[in-house]
Design a protein around this ligand. Structure first.
Ligand code: 6PG
Length: 252
């Protein structure tokens, strides 16, 4: 894998704007080539501003959104209408505004009591939509959006949790002791097949994690975001100045 592109922007709005432009550029190219684009959305709060930018002019007019297949990188074990649901935030801030066709929206069913079964079913949905065998190579997303926790987790790949060691399955249930919570998450084998991986990270509380992940020694059990090293795809970090403040290398 080549060195990641690391861009530092003034603030959260600038990160959202740059991320939204890159999102549209990647999806437009994919649609031009294969008449569709596949995206895994990140969760948490950071993507909210990006979703809003995508859903308003000019960017909303830049794509045939009906050709975008929306998946998620991870989901909390809550109902789809729960305030903690990653799906709910994306639905309210983006998907409803774009009137995305329901068949293009592939929600992670993390509310189900049997999360392992839910993970297997989501893997089957990935295989079906991408038209690949479930036992074959993982599908290659055109774009995976990721965030970063202050503990250097990404998606729901949290430090010292079982999902970090998964090398076969594309989607797993992951128990997160520190949160006393369960999650569904894509695994590194899928993330690293993507054509483009785009981290969006803002805020001073993330500065230490950003510096350790990008400039520290390799220690993926403690710094799970270090597991994200696309085999042949592009890796880009969009940081605001606060999140980049711990980096030795200055703003790019
Ligand atoms: C989740 C996310 C998670 C998120 C980071 C950053 O479900 O929480 O997928 O990986 O990206 O925790 O969250 P914030 O954007 O809220 O800081």
């Amino acid at each position: 894998m080549d060195e990641p592109e690391v861009r530092t922007l003034a603030d959260a709005e600038a990160v959202a704007g740059a991320g939204a432009e890159r999102f549209v550029e990647i999806c437009r190219d994919a649609i031009a080539r294969r008449e569709r684009a596949s995206v895994a959305l990140s969760g948490g709060s950071t993507p909210r501003l990006l979703f809003r930018r995508l859903a308003q002019r000019p960017l909303r007019d830049e794509l045939d959104w009906s050709r975008v297949e929306f998946f998620w990188g991870d989901e909390r074990a809550v109902p789809a209408d729960h305030e903690e649901s990653n799906y709910r935030m994306a639905r309210e801030e983006l998907l409803e505004k774009l009137a995305s066709p329901p068949q293009r929206i592939h929600r992670m069913p993390a509310e189900r009591p049997d999360l392992d079964r839910a993970a297997r079913d989501y893997q089957a949905e990935l295989a079906r939509v991408f038209g690949v065998p479930e036992r074959g190579q993982p599908p290659a997303f055109d774009l995976v959006l990721l965030g970063l926790g202050a503990d250097a987790h990404t998606a729901s790949l949290f430090p010292a949790t079982d999902a970090l060691d998964e090398r076969e399955r594309w989607v797993v249930a992951n128990h997160v002791p520190k949160l006393a919570a369960d999650r569904l998450t894509l695994t590194p084998v899928v993330l690293n097949r993507a054509a483009h991986v785009l981290f969006l990270v803002v805020g001073r509380d993330k500065a230490s994690a950003v510096a350790e992940v990008l400039e520290g020694p390799r220690d993926p059990k403690r710094l799970p975001a270090q597991l994200v090293r696309p085999e042949s795809g592009a890796l880009t970090w969009l940081l605001d100045e606060a999140a980049a403040s711990g980096l030795r290398r200055g703003a790019r």
